[in-house]
Design a protein around this ligand. Structure first.
Ligand code: GLU
Length: 183
């Protein structure tokens, strides 16, 4: 079982996210990653292995934001590797997601995305389809795009999604998987 953490607030998102991921370490994981919207772009850092490997590649002060999403992965589809680690993004990096669970019909969605939109996938995961689905439906409103994407998704999931164009918002959705929102 993996862990996902999202933070939006007045503090440094990367510190809050790392703290949250460490609290979820007991669940087990094979890799960890984080995505932050910085100056209109989503930046992703991820690494196979322990959270301390991730901490090493996110230490520079410029890599920070007051919003972000993070993930510890327990691979179900695709080997533990840097590229299969979460977060995953769509092709132009305007959308990023973290996902806990399994998208049962990912192969079908993947084939459709390749055929209809010519999308090039980077990873072997089931989760990457979520980022591309949200990407094709995104028209300036992340909540609407996520709602359209989940209509096509079968399986169990907790997902956090962010959009570069809406750097003050995290959309979270779950089905048959736990997700807690706190204020
Ligand atoms: N099925 C996804 C993957 O293999 C998510 C696994 C998880 O819940 O950590 O990347």
């Amino acid at each position: 079982m993996c862990g996902i953490v999202g933070y939006v607030g007045e503090n440094k998102a990367k510190e809050k996210i790392i703290d949250g991921l460490k609290r979820l370490e007991y669940r087990g994981y094979d890799s960890a990653g984080i995505a932050l919207p910085i100056d209109g772009k989503i930046q992703i850092r991820k690494h196979v292995g322990e959270i301390k490997n991730l901490e090493k590649i996110i230490s520079e002060p410029d890599f920070d934001s007051s919003l972000g999403i993070g993930h510890t992965r327990w691979a179900t589809h695709g080997a533990p590797s840097d590229v299969n680690s979460h977060p995953h993004a769509n092709e132009d990096n305007s959308i990023a997601i973290v996902h806990n669970g399994i998208i049962e019909n990912y192969q079908e969605i993947k084939e459709w995305l390749v055929k209809e939109y010519g999308i090039k996938f980077k990873s072997e995961t089931d989760s990457e389809v979520i980022a591309h689905l949200i990407g094709i439906y995104y028209d300036g409103n992340l909540l609407e795009a996520v709602n359209k994407a989940v209509e096509q998704m079968k399986g169990a999931y907790a997902v956090c999604a962010i959009a570069a164009a809406e750097p003050d918002k995290i959309v979270a959705v779950r089905k048959d998987a736990p997700l807690v929102a706190g204020i």
